[in-house]
Design a protein around this ligand. Structure first.
Ligand code: WT7
Length: 649
């Protein structure tokens, strides 16, 4: 662990929204008097009907109920667009930067408003009603933001499926959310390559259940190339919006009306569609965006995430636009046309805040100190990190090379479930320790529990839980409140269970140690090991599969797979390749196994349970820590596994 502490720079503190004294006073009020605190913060938004009630929440497992601002009404799209028109109609809302550096576009609030109204009318024309779910399977093009805002404008619930997910994964999410309309693009562009996105939708719709549901597929023409067409469902985006009216009144929504669902992986079962509602989510996204990045009028802010993840929802679209900000939306990748791309984009758009992931930082770091070329980075003020623990080496490199030693680094810990940032330093308030997400945001009460659920005091390590609700919290799993309760509120009664472990140091700083459940984090993407296992056992050659994470230099964690073959199948390089392809096809490229070890047996207890702890240790090359293996039904399996372990390098 790094010992170095970076004090708050006086220049940053002097002009920041929040300094340390303010942080302490506000934090205390947010915990002791949440109704007053959030009652005030809720005024960040424009409400059609103001709320009179603020917090009404319980984590009681018999009746988990999370309601904020419940008697108020509002519209998310109105808060991101209409209310800015008078004062900043001609200000740029979104700077879209294409995969090809010669392509970019600045979209003002007025223009965005018009596009959103048109597409909202298109959705209505396709039969979408308040409360209906619309699946968005889109690349990082401005139409993605337009479609999100158009859904919220008419009270439809969007469900974004990351473009890297396979047709199978897409079909499952269409079915799970009962979507009748899918929005996609004919192709997408990444790193100069054309990716057939709509073909994936076509494949998804070969699944009978998805096909029975979907009435229309709206296709954005991103690339001027032909694409297979099904007259029954396919319609071009461009034709529809050109014919649509530019006027569309925002729907008046209750604060607790569902706003979007977003699927994410857990330790068991199929991915869960987490439900976020309108009022609390929007208040929390706006506030955290403003304070984490010390965002001020006129700042150019760039989050490199994809809108397919929650980071893109809260910190490319909803937070920045609710704040009347200018948000850069980047279609490309860090290494195209060359490794200096991030630097070029920062220079070109004079970016003030950059929010990216440790995996991107590590891959730049690998290219050497001059990776950003001669790009002018002097516009940068604040740097953010998200998605996985940032190792001190990467932190220091980010600080020194990208931040030129003067930009504070905001390491933000949060989750799809939390809607917004939960533990993070505030630039003007919190001294930085490389590798620590530091202190809780307002209203957030972290605690560390031992395995029996006892709260631990002082400098200790334990299971990270949150003691009470905050406005951005997910309200449920779409259509399955029981699973929501089971997953998050029953392990430790009265707490929200995060699934992460953490250490708290003498200064009360939190250091996230990673997941304590069967979830791994590959390049900041969350992956349930059970999901990968079930994809593998669906292959005819596989009798049994166990998946664990192992430390990976670039990805944070890599995917290590143990496979026992069905009798009659022989291990081979060919089969290894085939299994890899099979997982890509079932889930998507992000789930592709890094290492596959064929193993005649698995370490099992006498009752037949696979002991993953042992498999994890072997994958980590940590043979001394295997612990007691005498309870295994066949302890000799372990020696064989060690002998034939895959080389990590
Ligand atoms: C999991 C949530 C947060 C939005 C993107 C990922 C890990 C996330 C950090 C961080 C250490 C982090 C946790 C968490 N994580 N940020 N700054 N330091 N770990 O959202 O896909 O829901 O994943 O990502 O393990 O539980 P997600």
């Amino acid at each position: 662990m790094s010992e170095k502490v970076y004090p708050v720079s006086p220049e940053v503190a002097a002009q920041a929204h929040i300094d340390n004294a303010k942080y302490e006073a506000m934090y205390e009020q947010s915990i002791n008097d949440p109704d007053t605190f959030w009652g005030e913060e809720g005024k960040r938004l424009d409400w059609f009907k103001p709320y009179t009630k603020v917090k009404n929440t319980t984590f009681d497992p018999h009746n988990v109920s999370i309601r904020w601002f419940e008697d108020g009404t509002l519209n998310a799209s109105y808060n991101c667009l209409d209310r800015h028109l008078e004062t900043r109609g001609d200000q740029v809302a979104i700077i879209w930067e294409g995969d090809d550096p010669s392509e970019s576009e600045s979209i003002t609030y007025r223009q965005l408003h018009e596009r959103v109204c048109r597409f909202a009318n298109v959705l209505k024309g396709q039969g979408v009603k308040k409360g209906d779910v619309v699946t968005l399977y889109l690349p990082m093009i401005s139409e993605a933001a337009v479609a999100m805002l158009a859904c919220t404008r008419i009270g439809a619930v969007h469900s974004i499926v990351f473009g890297g997910f396979s047709p199978e994964a897409l079909a499952a999410r269409i079915e799970g959310s009962q979507s009748k309309v899918v929005v996609t693009s004919n192709y997408s562009l990444r790193g100069g390559k054309v990716v057939p996105l709509k073909a994936n939708v076509d494949k998804a719709l070969t699944h009978p259940a998805a096909a029975a549901l979907v009435e229309s597929v709206i296709v954005v023409k991103r690339v001027d190339q032909d694409v297979a067409w099904n007259e029954k469902v396919d319609v071009w985006y461009e034709g529809l919006v050109a014919a649509a009216s530019t006027e569309c009144a925002p729907e008046e929504m209750e604060a607790e009306a569902p706003m979007f669902i977003l699927y994410t992986s857990g330790s068991t079962g199929a991915p869960k569609g987490l439900e976020h509602t309108t009022g609390g989510y929007m208040v929390y996204a706006a506030m955290t965006h403003q304070l984490a990045f010390d965002y001020k009028d006129g700042d150019i802010y760039w989050c490199t995430a994809d809108v397919g993840w929650v980071t893109g929802h809260s910190y490319i679209v909803y937070g920045p636009l609710a704040n009347g900000g200018t948000s850069v939306m980047f279609e490309g990748v860090p290494n195209y046309p060359d490794n200096s791309r991030f630097g070029r984009v920062i220079e070109k758009h004079k970016v003030n805040q950059l929010y990216t992931a440790p995996t991107a930082i590590r891959s730049l770091m690998q290219q050497g100190e001059d990776v950003l070329g001669d790009s002018d980075l002097s516009s940068l003020r604040i740097l953010g990190s998200v998605g996985e623990p940032i190792n001190p080496e990467a932190w220091n490199w980010y600080h020194r090379i990208v931040g030129q030693g003067r930009c504070p680094i905001v390491d933000t810990w949060w989750q799809t479930e939390t809607g917004g940032m939960m533990i993070l330093p505030l630039p003007g308030a919190t001294a930085l320790k490389p590798g620590s997400a530091s202190r809780p945001f307002f209203g957030v009460q972290p605690a560390l529990l031992d395995a029996d659920g006892n709260e631990l005091e002082g400098a200790v390590e334990g299971n990270l839980v949150i003691k009470d609700s905050w406005p951005g919290q997910s309200r449920s799993i779409w259509g399955d409140h029981e699973r929501f309760t089971q997953t998050y509120f029953t392990t430790y009664k009265g707490y929200y269970t995060t699934g992460d472990g953490a250490r708290r140091d003498e200064d009360g700083y939190y250091w996230i140690t990673g997941r304590v459940d069967d979830v791994i984090n590959v390049s900041g993407h969350r992956m349930g090991t059970a999901e990968v296992e079930s994809a593998l056992v669906a292959h005819p050659a596989v009798a049994e599969a166990a998946v664990v994470g192992y430390p990976h230099e670039l990805k944070g964690q890599g995917i290590y797979v143990y496979v026992t073959l069905q009798s009659g199948f022989e291990q081979s390089d060919e089969l290894m390749k085939e299994l890899r392809l099979h997982v890509r096809k079932e889930i998507g490229p992000i789930a592709s196994p890094d290492l596959i070890q064929f193993s005649p047996g698995m370490p099992k207890t006498r009752s037949g349970k696979i002991m993953r702890r042992i498999l994890r240790k072997i994958a980590e090359d940590d043979f001394d820590a295997l612990g007691d293996t005498s309870t295994l039904s066949d302890p000799s399996v372990v020696d064989d596994l060690i002998e034939h372990r895959m080389n990590r390098k």
